[in-house]
Design a protein around this ligand. Structure first.
Ligand code: ACM
Ligand code: ZN
Length: 625
């Protein structure tokens, strides 16, 4: 993850070399951009006689490929296991390729898709889907597949998106809709932030108040918004049953997406304490939190009953989530209650724990050890994963400042800790574009303390979180995520391969090339947005996603902090309406012009001198007499 070249300082001397025309750069209309692409002449015609030639072992995937074409074409491409011939799409598994990698070779007489393993087959399928726009129903009887060669392999093994369903609840249908988008963009992790101060959103048989009490709050706090913004009054609630969770996990699995549940602890648990007050140091009753911000409630980590309770919950969750990871949160813990708690104080004394940071580490290590016994690798947010935390715990890097960066760098050096990059400076989908423009996400680079090969080798991947305090509708979630997730997908998947930039020493020239690369990204983004239109995704207009006016950005950020979190949503609607109007006006203009043209043509016929009109009718001279 290298930092993008910075804008050249205008005061620097200009490039003295003569401008040389660079060869054009061709890119496939794909997001994320594949590693290699070579356009060829001609196209392969896919028609009703085209056969899919696949090993029976990959029957399920072949059927998925078949149904993708069925939706676009209205007829089936038949699957054969072995049939030599020309009008074929041949699938070939090759263990020499990465399991997630694939190549697509399209020639006028055949298509060959080579894949490393089942995920590679699936990703090749997503590329074909995007190139041919199979969701758009553009075709009648046949499809012209432009000839090309694509070779592709991901940069990172972990490509994630997180959805916070505590602050606002998204039912299983909404979650599955997002899983579909993730699959389209070759993400492979869905991190499900299932619990927080404002709501616990899953069912636990042993502790029914988790879903009966902890899943409801007295009202939905959107008080910082303007009066005319959407306001939901009354009790706000929602949770997933075990069946819902299973359905989502299975749905994701079919799309090669691992679901990682997060139960945030020992902080961010006010909703749980509302249901079971004995889990806190004070034992006092509290409500499920309505306001946002950081709650002072935390689990009492000095009592054995807390650990037993958590183990019971985890046991029930492990039955539903069979993936390799479990997220324990660990962020933003306020130790105020630990300070006066005899249990917590005694534990610190008994174990020789110097401070609350050490106490939190003791807690996280105990729970992580239990998860490890059950075959799970634990993830925690970087502010909660201190040097003393078990080195197997993966740190999710979100707080980015010199102190935290140095802390994480030393953990990498000393413990070889693995990291997931989710810096709020690059990947927070809840931020308005005025605060975190699309371009910043696309060009995000690690801070200097971490930008070294030692750190790089410990990066598992990239994840973009969507916190939903002010994201209470599908439209708002769509706006915040798209096209932002396109840039995240490229950060996570694309191994940058830009030969035209290699070796360019002149800063001006390099900047131009980098800007051109970004323009091409926007061009590809537009093509994929056309696909998203099929799913009615309310993506941000480019003007809004990459605002340029400094004053506008400042005002927007102020609004988001204080009075109106929905300003961009309204603005985007206006921009979309404007675009629609421009389109409609263009149509009207085209029609008016066509009418004028017709009038002119008719008029010119009317005024045409008669002598110019040739009447050449044979007649019988005798009849004239
Ligand atoms: C976080 O944003 N509190 C992880
Ligand atoms: Zn305590």
């Amino acid at each position: 993850m290298k930092k993008a070249s910075k804008a050249a300082n205008p005061s620097q001397r200009k490039c003295i070399f003569k401008k040389k025309q660079l060869p054009p750069v061709y890119e496939a209309m794909l997001i994320p951009k594949p590693y290699g692409y070579q356009p060829l002449n001609g196209c392969f015609v896919i028609n009703k006689d085209t056969l899919l030639i696949v090993d029976p072992k990959r029957k399920t995937l072949a059927e998925a490929f078949q149904s993708m074409f069925f939706r676009a074409l209205g007829h089936n491409l038949y699957i054969h296991y072995n049939k030599p011939g020309h009008n074929n799409i041949l699938f070939e598994e090759n263990s020499a390729i990465d399991a997630e990698g694939y190549t697509i070779e399209c020639y006028p007489d055949r298509i060959k898709i080579t894949f490393g393993g089942a995920p590679g087959f699936f990703y090749a399928m997503q590329s074909v889907r995007q190139i041919l726009k199979l969701d758009k129903r553009l075709y009648e009887d046949s499809i012209n597949f432009p000839c090309m060669i694509i070779t592709d392999v991901p940069k990172y093994r972990y490509r994630g998106f997180m959805l916070d369903v505590s602050r606002h609840f998204y039912d299983k249908t909404e979650v599955k809709r997002y899983i579909d988008f993730l699959a389209l963009l070759k993400f492979n992790v869905f991190h499900w932030h299932l619990s927080d101060d404002q709501g616990f959103r899953f069912e636990i048989k042993k502790y029914p108040f988790i879903n009966m009490t902890a899943s409801q709050r007295l009202s939905d706090c959107v008080a910082r918004s303007e009066a005319d913004s959407p306001y939901v009054d009354g009790v706000y609630k929602g949770y997933y049953t075990k069946e819902d969770i299973k359905e989502v996990v299975d749905y994701a699995k079919e799309r090669f997406i691992t679901v990682i549940p997060e139960i945030d602890m020992p902080g961010h648990v006010q909703a749980l304490i509302a249901a079971y007050p004995w889990l806190s140091c004070t034992g006092e009753r509290v409500d499920v939190r309505v306001e946002y911000g950081v709650s002072e409630e935390a689990l009492c980590v000095g009592q054995e009953t807390t650990y037993q309770f958590l183990k019971d919950i985890l046991d029930e969750l492990f039955e539903l989530f069979d993936g390799p990871y479990f997220h324990l949160g660990g962020d933003e813990v306020v130790p105020n209650n630990w300070q006066n708690c005899p249990h917590c104080k005694k534990l610190m004394e008994d174990k020789g724990l110097a401070d609350f940071s050490a106490l939190q580490t003791y807690f996280i290590n105990r729970i992580a050890e239990y998860c490890n016994q059950k075959g799970k690798t634990v993830i925690g947010w970087n502010d909660g994963i201190k040097a003393g935390a078990d080195k197997k715990i993966i740190s999710q890097f979100w707080v980015e400042n010199p102190e935290r960066n140095a802390e994480l760098a030393s953990q990498i050096a000393d413990l070889d800790r693995k990291v997931i990059i989710s810096s709020e400076k690059g990947f927070y989908c809840d931020y308005p574009y005025a605060k975190l423009p699309l371009k910043t996400t696309y060009f995000y680079g690690l801070p200097d303390e971490l930008a070294n090969p030692e750190f790089e080798k410990n990066i598992l991947g990239v994840e973009a979180p969507l916190w939903t305090e002010y994201v209470l509708s599908r439209d708002k979630a769509d706006l915040n995520c798209f096209p932002r997730l396109f840039a995240v997908a490229e950060q996570a998947w694309t191994r940058q391969n830009n030969p035209e930039e290699d070796g360019v020493r002149c800063k001006h020239k390099l900047k131009k090339l980098v800007d051109a690369r970004y323009k091409r990204f926007l061009y590809r983004a537009e093509a994929v947005e056309n696909i998203l239109d099929c799913f009615r995704v309310n993506y941000a207009e480019t003007k809004l996603a990459d605002p340029e006016n400094k004053k506008y950005k400042k005002i927007e950020v102020l609004k988001w902090h204080g009075i109106d979190q929905y300003s961009e949503l309204k603005m985007n609607k206006n921009l979309k309406d404007q675009r629609k109007k421009v389109k409609e006006n263009q149509k009207l203009l085209d029609r008016a012009q066509a009418e004028i043209l017709l009038e002119h043509t008719l008029a010119s016929i009317d005024t045409m001198p008669v002598k110019d009109v040739m009447i050449d009718v044979p007649y019988d001279r005798d009849l004239l007499d």
